[in-house]
Design a protein around this ligand. Structure first.
Ligand code: SIN
Length: 277
């Protein structure tokens, strides 16, 4: 059955919208695809409820937006589907994916454009929400002198401290991505400027001494994590979130131990971040 118009309901004035009237496992018309893309560009993260997708359908939906990304470190992949990352936690977990504010794999030379998380199981007693922050707003609400100062700077994003030893196997021969990206990036589709540093991966601002860099990064993280620049999504089995990693950070709440939560993530390749005045 081909599908027609979708409905977009903003979740907050700043970030997030729920999308109704689309079956992501079905045939998505070009008109619907364009409307979904427009909603993502406008709201930075979009949400769908009550979806049913096979792994193939999940990947096919992702491929409408670009080539699929392969995670540089995680062995937690769905068997037979290396493009699907398993995001799961239970009573044996010592940590969970995404519990520090981050933009996915920002240590990659070409970090992912977007990620599509499909929830299979939510914790028995609630919890396990995900928070998203609008990094356009984070940039736009800085003072003009601070914006000008940051626009000339680059930052190091490192996978080493994030991934080394994390997955319980001997990774001594492995190297993890490390890249330098502009602190303020120009979004390649909207042309808007977004702050592009995050607690998960960013380790230093080039050209500053260690104290200056640490203090400036801490100020920027605190600022970007302002509650008014965020939305918070409460998952149900069948919910899907699609976020734009170029303009959003996210943080997965791990407030449900020892209960289980399980999701599949398809991640879409992006391009090299750049700054254009
Ligand atoms: C992630 O993709 O970083 C995890 C998000 C989540 O589990 O809510």
């Amino acid at each position: 059955m081909s599908q027609t118009a979708i409905e977009v309901r903003p979740l907050t004035p700043t970030i997030g919208a729920e999308i109704f009237g689309v079956d992501l496992g079905g045939e998505i018309s070009n008109q619907q695809h364009d409307a979904i893309h427009e909603a993502l560009m406008r709201h930075v993260v979009i949400f769908f409820r009550d979806q049913k997708m096979t792994p193939e359908q999940h990947k096919a939906f992702g491929r409408r937006f670009g080539k699929l990304h392969l995670h540089p470190a995680s062995p937690n992949l769905l068997e037979g589907h290396p493009e699907i990352l398993l995001i799961q936690a239970n009573e044996k977990s010592k940590r969970v994916a995404g519990e520090v504010w981050h933009s996915d794999v920002s240590c990659d030379p070409e970090p992912p454009m977007g990620s599509i998380l499909y929830m299979h199981e939510t914790p028995a007693n609630g919890g396990g929400d995900t928070m998203f922050a609008n990094m356009y707003t984070a940039f736009e609400t800085l003072s003009a002198p601070m914006q000008r100062f940051l626009e000339g700077l680059n930052a190091v994003h490192d996978g080493e401290h994030v991934y080394r030893g994390r997955y319980g196997w001997n990774d001594s021969g492995k190297t993890y991505p490390r890249s330098v990206h502009p602190v303020v990036r120009t979004h390649p589709e909207t042309g808007r400027k977004a702050l592009f540093v995050n607690r998960g991966f960013t380790t230093a601002i080039e050209g500053l001494n260690r104290d200056e860099s640490d203090a400036l990064l801490e100020m920027l993280y605190d600022h970007a994590e302002t509650p008014e620049y965020q939305c918070r999504f409460k998952w149900q089995p069948g919910s899907v979130a699609f976020w734009d990693n170029r303009a959003a950070m996210h943080h997965a709440m791990w407030d449900y131990f020892p209960h289980s939560r399980r999701a599949h993530r398809v991640t879409i390749c992006g391009d090299k971040p750049f700054y254009r005045a």
